[in-house]
Design a protein around this ligand. Sequence first.
Ligand code: EPZ
Length: 420
Amino acid sequence: MDKLIITGGEQLNGEVRISGAKNSALPILAATLLASEPVTVCNLPHLHDITTMLELLRRMGVDLVIDEKLNVEIDASTIDKLVAPYELVKTMRASILVLGPMVAHFGEAEVSLPGGCAIGSRPVDLHIQGLRAMGAEVVVENGYIHAKTNGRLKGARVFFDTVTVTGTENILMAATLAEGQSVIENAAREPEVVDLAECLIAMGADISGHGTDTIVVNGVEKLHGCRFPVVADRIETGTYLAAVAATGGKIKAKNTNPKILDAVLQKLEEAGAKITCGEDWIELDMEGRRPKAVNVTTAPYPAFPTDMQAQFSAMNAVSEGVSILKETIFENRFMHMQEMIRMGAKINIDGNTAVVEGVEKLQAAPVMATDLRASASLVIAALVAEGDTVIDRIYHIDRGYECIEEKLQLLGARIKRVPS
Ligand code: EPZ
């Protein structure tokens, strides 16, 4: 497994180009299974999770053509295997997103249960409840979800008692081809859900209310092809902004979308950043100052995203003052903090709350990544640590951050990848 070696202490300055959003690309790639004509998806990030999803579709017999820019044309009409096998699903839980489209378009699906993951148990009971409400017969046995429907799914009212992003996406996709109207209540409002809805509308779906907690879908007989660019990655954007803020530097994030990052930008301004935005760029300038500590409580969009909590705990670790971080979405998303404590961070953890007392700088140490965003936070911690930090198990990073060392080197970071 590769490692990253980072020599901390540099103030980061420069420009970075943001990639397409992983968490928008994954449901949109799954949505191509709904179409009766080829769909071309553009602005895909070059990430391991994207290649895993493409591999899953290919294993199902779906015809896909990839061009040199990683734009992918997908023709689901060649599908011949309605199965998402455990060997792929265990490496990427977002594979569950093929469940709704497969049942809605082909009448059946066999999808491995994703199992738990480092940050929590992450059940998919709400996905299954939603499909049952639409008339699907769903049996869970031997670690697989077996779903089928005789004829079309039926439009239904689906209420989620917990806001679930991929649960909303699975039911939204299934509803596009169901007979009659579906209403999804307490729906996720994330920008990636909105991006998926916009793609489905471009394919001929009849959807309204996306971006609110109530989405209305009038089912149609079939969906046609389209060419769709995925939205910019707001979490990648926030990660680079937080990294530069931690070092007291200046950055211009290009090819991004400032309108889907309000909660994060507000917290960065609270931390002392000067922020200016354009149509597709965000500039952050700390004017050489150390960030001030900011309190963070994660919650569903538009509140502060759980996927940015780890990065902010790293920034808070070297900020002026004491901060409180509350994680309300996942039950075990503080693992990165144990590693930061080994680097000299002053953090007290009590259940889903962490109190961080900022220190001037951290000390380099050998650390290990445990999940995607935790590994990004360890990169930030290493950037503000004295000495050379070695981060192991960085395959987690490659799942969500395209060319992270090149982008950070462009900002002046001393970072290199070494094969282990
Ligand atoms: C999506 O995961 C994202 N992944 C996650 O990003 C993100 O952290 C999460 O939403 C929350 O924003 C993708 O979009 C591919 P949830 P998802 O269903 O959909 C509970 C990253 O770093 N729940 O919104 O799996 C669940 O346990 C990843 O890119 C149920 O109880 O998350 C959690 O406590 C990490 N039953 C809460 O809901 C269900 O059936 C929110 O989970 C589904 C979810």
